[in-house]
Design a protein around this ligand. Structure first.
Ligand code: TPW
Ligand code: MG
Length: 541
């Protein structure tokens, strides 16, 4: 019989986890010892638990599987609340494993260190932001609890919570048996697929919109095949930017309503048969145009449910739905003329002029054209809107939850999980929050390229409220911090310097490369300017 600690690690691996991120503390030291000594999964320690959560979230997004964030009880795990809340919002299956006081300690009657209000305060908080939970305080029940919780994480693509009392780690338990997939009613699935195909066939202007669940359920290639077979134009949402990047022939662009390209906006808003696969109906995805899309004509698959018009089909997982749609059209010839060459990306004018945010997108497009695309981790701020001007490539970003501080730690998760050297896009305000995590690169041999948009400003907030002085930040000269943190920094002010610094960063391997781009306060990317105008207009309507 394995110990509970061993059984948990083996089960994590068996359910798809490929790595563990964490920060130890006394309540979780015994489990960390098992993680290290078992050697079952690579594990990485970072500096502050929010980064642990963001890195695990990004790794889960890039792999399309679960990832693991381990922390100590209370002071450690409470630091994971915000990243896990964001992972819940954006449907990323992060498995939180928190150490905890031993079962015997809980009964001793002391106030325990790291305890906020009561022994169950932490688990009650995580109940709110995870889709399933287990407290492994009973060796007889623990294997079944672990199997149930990990299946939930996979099937819902949502975070889960596992609390491991420290005196249970070495207790022998039965093996964790993988549960079969939750049952799906084949008749319901068939009726649903039939109705969707019928509505698409009847529509004059059908459109397929994809969002993050298509990545979470690993169906991007199949969705591309579906679009080709049906001759459907495909757009991504704002949150779904980067999806289907391997299929430039089917992706027309990203829907940003009033803030986006007119052609894409018209395509979506004039559609009489809009199929939304895995789409979050959020304000960031739709508010800029909420009035214009007729959701009664849309078909929405999200959260294992399909809504069409005024009715809904329950228990329809997205992967099953896509398979059912493909099976029904297998013998149809593909209509001609559906595929399109992707729109050419912007290119940089290399001169001594000052840099604007959109120039950064152009310079990165040039870099990608010369050397091939890189996976991107972006933070919240103008850097994310600028990313919309970069050619479609794998991207993780908090496009819906919109929490700052995600970019750098997510980029570290990408170093582990993206399968290529990542590019991190981050504003100076967000870099102030989590930029120091770059100091962990040297230990693990990570060498991301980090582009800091330094406008000495919370610029995105200034766009909403230009009269406020509190949006002015100091100039922290981030490039000078890079050396002591184990990287190399370059500070650039002109477009010529920007192009050269990116090229040099790309050519230098083995150390993280920080390109600090100096921008003027009050200047934003073209996309952000349009987005905020549209957002304000929607709010005031
Ligand atoms: C955790 C609110 C949204 S955008 C922004 C703030 C403070 C300013 C971002 O400044 P930065 O980028 O990074 O310099 P830029 O391009 O705008 O200059 N706290 C959290 N998340 C959010 N979203 C906020 C506050 C916010
Ligand atoms: Mg800024």
């Amino acid at each position: 019989m394995p110990t509970l600690g061993r059984a948990l690690i083996d089960a994590l691996k068996a359910h798809g986890a490929r790595e563990i991120f964490g920060i130890p503390g006394d309540f979780v030291l015994p489990f960390f010892k098992v993680i290290e000594e078992s050697g079952t999964l690579p594990f990485y320690t970072l500096s502050h638990e929010p980064a642990v959560g963001f890195a695990a979230d990004a790794a889960a997004r890039f792999h399309g599987t679960i990832s693991v964030a381990v922390a100590t009880w209370g002071a450690g795990a409470f630091n994971l609340v915000n990243p896990v809340a964001g992972a819940y919002a954006e449907r990323s299956p992060v498995v939180v494993v928190s150490g905890a006081p031993g079962v015997a300690e809980r009964a001793a009657g002391w106030q325990l260190h790291h305890m906020s209000r009561a022994v169950d305060t932490q688990s009650r908080i995580f109940r709110e932001i995870t889709c399933d939970q287990a407290i492994l305080d009973d060796p007889a029940r623990a294997p079944a609890d672990i199997a149930r919780v990990l299946r939930s994480a996979r099937e819902y693509s949502l975070p889960v919570y596992i609390e491991l009392p420290r005196d249970m780690v070495g207790v022998p338990v039965a093996d964790v048996k993988l549960l079969p997939p939750s049952p799906v009613d084949p008749a319901g699935l068939a009726e649903c697929a039939g109705e969707i195909l019928g509505r698409l066939a009847a529509a004059e202007r059908p459109v397929l919109m994809v969002d993050i669940e298509t990545r979470r359920y690993g169906v991007e290639d199949k969705v591309a095949a579906l679009a080709r077979a049906l001759g459907l134009p495909v757009v991504t949402t704002f949150m779904g930017r980067g999806l289907l990047s391997a299929h430039p022939d089917v992706v027309r662009g990203t829907y940003l309503g009033a803030a986006g390209e007119a052609g894409i906006t018209e395509l979506v808003e004039n559609s009489d048969g809009l199929l939304l696969l895995g789409v979050i109906l959020s304000d960031t995805n739709f508010a800029v145009s909420r009035r214009k899309i007729d959701m009664r004509r849309a078909m929405l698959a999200i959260n294992r449910e399909v809504r069409i018009g005024h009715h809904a089909y329950a228990h329809i997982p997205l992967d099953g739905l896509v398979d059912a749609l493909l099976a029904r059209i297998a013998d149809r010839p593909a209509p001609a003329g559906a595929a399109r060459a992707p729109r050419p990306a912007s290119t940089l004018t290399v001169d001594d002029a000052a840099i604007g945010p959109s120039d950064i997108a152009a310079a990165i497009n040039d870099l990608f054209a010369r050397h091939g695309p890189m996976p991107i981790a972006a933070d919240m701020g103008d850097c994310l809107f600028t990313a919309m001007e970069i050619a479609n490539t794998d991207l993780v970003a908090p496009g819906y939850y919109a929490g700052m501080g995600y970019g750098v730690p997510a980029g570290l998760g990408a170093c582990v999980a993206a399968g290529g050297r990542p590019l991190i896009l981050v504003g100076d305000g967000a870099f102030q929050m989590t930029g120091f995590e770059l100091g962990n690169c040297r230990r693990y041999g990570w060498d991301p390229i980090v582009v800091v948009f330094n406008n000495a400003s919370w610029e995105m907030l200034r766009v909403f409220q230009p009269e406020s002085g509190f949006n002015d930040l100091d100039d922290w000269r981030f490039s000078e911090l890079a050396g002591p943190l184990g990287g190399e920094g370059h500070r650039v002010r002109s477009r010529r310097e920007l192009a050269a610094a990116l090229e040099r960063a790309h050519a230098t391997r083995g150390k993280f490369q920080l390109v600090e781009v100096m921008l003027r306060r009050g200047e934003t990317s073209d996309t952000l300017a349009r987005f905020v105008a549209g957002f304000k207009a929607a709010r005031d309507r």
